[in-house]
Design a protein around this ligand. Structure first.
Ligand code: PLP
Length: 380
């Protein structure tokens, strides 16, 4: 099997699978229970919270463990809009965002009553214009700016330091979805200085259904968007996913080890080989911008044939990659690609290859060999 769809989700590290199982066995008690077993589970959650905070240099942040990036984005956006409306007594607020966001951002904004969405434009590589952001921030109804640091479909990385600085200058909450960044780069949240930040474990070889929302300690904490118990400092009710939290923390630690030992360059080289191999095999193939401000393990390819055909042929040979709008939108239409100026026809010819730390050179060789076979079959 050759799995090249790591931006959709990534396979768990074996060590993480063992850690999740072991934690479920040892720390089975409810962290809210007052007895010794409960206290041990509680201590384990605290240990993971400290470890996670150290790993992403977030001493200025609180951490709420969630079920993943979708919940974290919901919590941050719903909370900041509600808080703003109750502060000002207004029934309306604006949110500045981009067409490069995950549905958990734009569907949430669409569902929020009284919210006007201000959509920034993006250039052909998917980057926003900081001047346009400054202009948008002049409107004092703006409650929050919500931007993903790295886009999942094409890998565009935004200049987050410029974005957070612009928000600070306007006293506006800055929410960053960093789901596609954690585990792939050394990160300092204290350095980036966003007000809230989203993380999801399954994108960095951790378990599914667990993530976190970081929130700055310099502002009031988020307002819970679900009602329930007093877990997570009273900010997110529900018994903690102790095995998931432990697995997430270990996965991030392991990813940082991979980054420190040169895995970034290894994946970059593999992606270049894939690019060269495709260019040799497929006359007419083009690649979207893969400059330094793009995720080093993501490649967006425009094929001379319909992507669904190739992806299906490859899938029959157990080679897996993403098409057009990829897993989240369950189809080939992509708001991201549309905003960057791509036609529907071009979207239907787009594939995404996204590598993870479990890929190696054999995957590159196998992918290129199977692609040649699939194309020969399609020609017939
Ligand atoms: N945000 C971004 C940028 C993503 O890429 C994804 C997953 O595709 C999500 C949010 C949603 O993540 P989860 O599956 O953890 O809810």
């Amino acid at each position: 099997e050759t799995y090249l769809d790591n931006n959709a989700t990534s396979p768990c590290f074996e060590e993480v699978i063992s850690c999740v199982a072991e934690t479920a066995r040892v720390f089975y008690a409810n962290p809210s229970s007052l007895h010794g077993a409960g206290q041990r589970s509680r201590a384990e959650v605290s240990r993971c919270r400290s470890e996670l905070r150290d790993l992403v240099k977030a001493s200025n942040y609180g951490i709420i463990f969630t079920s993943g990036a979708t919940e974290s984005n919901n919590l941050a956006l719903r909370s900041v809009v509600t808080q703003r409306m109750s502060e000002t007594g207004a029934s309306e607020a604006s949110v500045v965002t981009t067409p490069m966001e995950h549905p958990s951002v734009y569907e949430t904004l669409a569902a929020l009553q009284g919210v006007t969405v201000v959509m920034l434009s993006v250039d052909a590589s998917g980057r926003i214009d900081i001047e346009e952001l400054h202009e948008a921030l002049k409107d004092e109804r703006v409650a929050v700016v919500a931007v993903s640091m790295a886009n999942s479909e094409i890998g565009t990385i935004q200049d987050v330091h410029a974005i957070t600085a612009a928000c600070r200058g306007a006293y506006v909450h800055c929410h960053l979805d960093m789901t596609q960044v954690f585990g792939r780069y050394q990160v300092s949240l204290n350095g980036i200085r966003a007000d809230s930040v989203t993380l999801s474990a399954h994108k960095f070889h951790g378990p599914k259904g667990v993530g976190a929302l970081f929130y700055t300690l310099a502002r009031p904490p988020p307002t819970p968007c679900t009602t329930g118990g007093k877990q997570e400092q009273g900010l997110r009710g529900g018994t903690e996913n102790v095995p998931g939290i432990a697995g997430m923390s270990l996965a991030l630690q392991m990813c940082m080890g991979h980054v420190r030992s040169g895995a970034t360059e290894r994946l970059q080289k593999m992606l270049q080989e894939i690019k060269d191999g495709l260019a040799d095999t497929l006359p007419g193939v083009t690649f979207r911008d893969s400059s330094t401000s793009t995720l080093y393990q993501t490649l967006s390819v425009v094929l001379p044939v319909r992507s669904a055909l190739l992806v299906e042929e490859l899938s029959n040979m157990d080679v897996y990659l993403g098409v057009g709008g990829c897993a989240c939108s369950k189809g080939q239409y992509s708001r991201t690609l549309e905003a960057m100026g791509a036609s529907k026809e071009e979207m239907a010819r787009t594939i995404r290859i996204s590598l993870g730390f479990l890929n190696d050179d054999r995957d590159v060789t196998r992918f290129l060999r199977c692609t040649r076979m699939a194309l020969a079959r399609l020609k017939k």
